[in-house]
Write a protein that binds this ligand. Structure first.
Ligand code: ADE
Length: 221
């Protein structure tokens, strides 16, 4: 999968150089290119923001640098994504669907927003990562890229994906590793029993309890 990121803050993406995402890039499963939108400004001072017509607080990202930056990376099979609190709330199923795409382009807004004509000129999917407002699209893009990349075939093991939260519509059960007792806290006996049927039953029960407590809405789906 190829991912292009268009941003005014290229340095904020250093997280993608670490951990599983970095390994996926080394393995050739993922290619990530970061483009500075400012490089496309036709203004002599490389200006990318301006005041909103009609007045109002703050500055907007201008359409020209955005338009040219998108044109420089977009292909026929590209899926364009714009993180925004106005978008559909991004979830596990969106990550799985987007992981099957060949080319994703993340367009990061900043300041008070972007010139709305962006959404008339291009077919763009808008996603929110939750009901709160962030200062720009950089963090939401990284959140989505992390969640999509781990669903790309070969990035992490199929077993890890099938057992995790949301994969079955419920939250994941608790897990433990050695030592079996720490500060007088023992691991649940059933996990040491070797009885795989009982372990599976316990995990399902715990998963249900945690989901009922923290996310009852998931059980209704
Ligand atoms: N940009 C600002 N806030 C955001 C949010 N909650 N989700 C996605 N993009 C955003």
């Amino acid at each position: 999968m190829k991912i292009d990121i268009l941003t005014l803050f290229p340095d904020s993406f250093s997280y993608l150089d670490s951990s599983i995402i970095a390994r996926a890039k080394t393995k050739g499963l993922l290619e990530v290119n970061i483009t500075n939108i400012r490089d496309f400004s036709s203004d002599k001072h490389k200006k990318c923001d301006d005041y909103p017509f009609g007045g109002g607080a703050g500055m907007l990202m201008m359409i020209q640098p955005l338009y040219d930056a998108i044109k420089s990376v977009k292909k026929r099979n590209s899926t364009l994504i714009f993180p925004s609190p106005r978008g559909k709330v991004f979830d596990h199923s969106d990550a799985k669907i987007l992981a099957k795409e060949k080319h994703l382009v993340f367009i990061c807004g900043h300041y008070e927003g972007v010139d709305e004509r962006l959404f008339e000129l291009f077919d763009i999917k808008q996603f929110s990562i939750g009901d709160y407002v962030l200062t720009g699209g950089e963090l939401p893009s990284m959140v989505m890229i992390d969640s999509i990349a781990r669903q790309v075939k070969g990035v992490i093991s199929e077993d890890s994906l099938s057992e995790e939260s949301f994969s079955s519509g419920a939250l994941e059960y608790p897990q433990y590793t050695r030592p079996a007792v720490f500060k007088k806290k023992a691991v649940p006996q059933v996990l040491l029993s070797g009885n795989h049927q009982e372990i599976a039953r316990w995990r399902k029960e715990m998963s249900k309890k945690i989901t009922e407590t923290n996310r009852p809405d998931l059980l209704k789906k």
